[in-house]
Design a protein around this ligand. Structure first.
Ligand code: GLY
Length: 351
């Protein structure tokens, strides 16, 4: 078995990220080396738990932990306060105390919800992320952003709460649908564009690289960003590259366009906006790589439609919008401008 890759994050809490290949059944041992015996409340979904729930539960129990589990329906529609309350009820029944832990077994929805439940239950207990999607592995499981959706918007209720450990087995990604895997690659491409030209070049052709190494590099980039700006007051905003336009596309489609597919198109719009803003034009370079992954590249919505959604986005402050725009591949900057200028720029791109 290959040696796990260890990446340590120094934020308000210091924690390890263990990247393994085929070591899910060793998770109990990894926890035993770090934490005292306790009860672990697993949150998972009905797609992931049947695949990996038994392996994780048995491994935890063999290492001396008591495991209880709560399973929600797979999908973004489950990321609700009601489902957090139901999970908390399950923790109360299992008599989970502050010395016990939560474990998120699944993708971004499960990770965000489990992290949020852990942040508020008894005013905060530790939690472990076991991401089983590429998107969760490279993004949402690292950095301590936890949240649920409410009717007014996605992720509008949440907390910063860093995990106590992130444990990834890249073999779990093998069971992902092609579309879900591709969604994760939108975030991988994003890391390359915002901060690492070499990574962008490495992943330009799908399947031509070592996935574990690429995931490790993305996590290192995220680690560096989180260590520099844990509470999202500055450079962490770079991680939103493609997301301002992407979220608008996702919402306008009634979430029929997936997050990754929307972010892929959002990155192309950002490149076009950068050009009309006066920066070098990287539209073709970005579009080519996005297309290599089989993403649609055209935006089905007008500048006015996108703008109406962007205006209601939580990232807008006092009439200004901060866009993440590429200066070079591997170097993006945060450009704060009046909201109306964003509309003008989008119109200039021909949207
Ligand atoms: N997913 C964006 C962030 O963690 O800041």
């Amino acid at each position: 078995m290959a040696t796990p890759t260890l990446i340590t994050v120094h934020a308000s809490g210091t924690y390890d990220i263990l990247l393994t290949k085929g070591s899910l059944s060793n998770i109990g041992q990894a926890l035993k080396e770090r934490f005292k015996p306790c009860t672990i409340a697993i949150l998972s979904d009905d797609k992931v738990f049947p695949l990996y729930g038994k392996t994780v539960t048995e491994s935890l129990e063999a290492a001396g932990f008591r495991a209880v589990s709560h399973v929600i329906a797979n999908g973004e529609q489950s990321k609700t306060l009601d489902n957090v309350t139901a999970f908390i009820d399950c923790m109360v029944k299992a008599q989970i105390t502050r010395t016990d832990m939560v474990l998120a077994l699944g993708g971004g929805v499960v990770g965000d919800m489990a992290g949020f439940a852990a942040a508020i239950y008894l005013r905060g207990i530790p939690y472990i992320q076991v991401p089983t999607t590429l998107l969760a592995a490279v993004d949402s499981s690292v950095g301590g952003k936890t949240a649920v959706d409410i009717s007014a918007g996605k992720n509008l209720v949440g907390a910063f709460h860093q995990p106590a450990l992130v444990y990834l087995d890249t073999e779990t990604l093998k069971t992902l649908d092609t579309a879900v895997m591709r969604d994760g690659f939108a975030e991988v491409i994003k890391y390359g564009i915002i901060l690492d030209r070499k990574l962008f070049d490495t992943v330009a052709l799908p399947g031509s690289f070592d996935l574990k190494e690429v995931i490790a590099r993305c996590i290192e980039i995220k680690r560096d960003v989180v260590e520099a700006d844990e509470f999202d007051r500055g450079m962490r905003g770079l991680l939103n590259f493609g997301h301002t336009f992407g979220h608008a596309i996702e919402k306008l489609s009634g979430f029929t366009i997936t997050h990754g597919s929307a972010v892929a198109r959002g990155m192309i719009i950002a490149a076009k906006v950068a050009k009309v803003y006066g920066f070098t034009d990287f539209t073709e370079t970005i579009t080519d790589v996005v297309r290599n992954y089989g993403f649609e590249t055209a935006c089905p919505y007008s500048a006015d439609e996108l703008y109406s959604v962007i205006l209601s986005d939580k990232k807008r402050s006092a009439g200004d919008i901060t866009l993440v725009l590429p200066r070079e591949i591997g170097k993006c900057t945060l450009e704060k401008m009046p909201a109306t200028q964003v509309l003008e720029l989008m119109k200039k791109t021909g949207l």
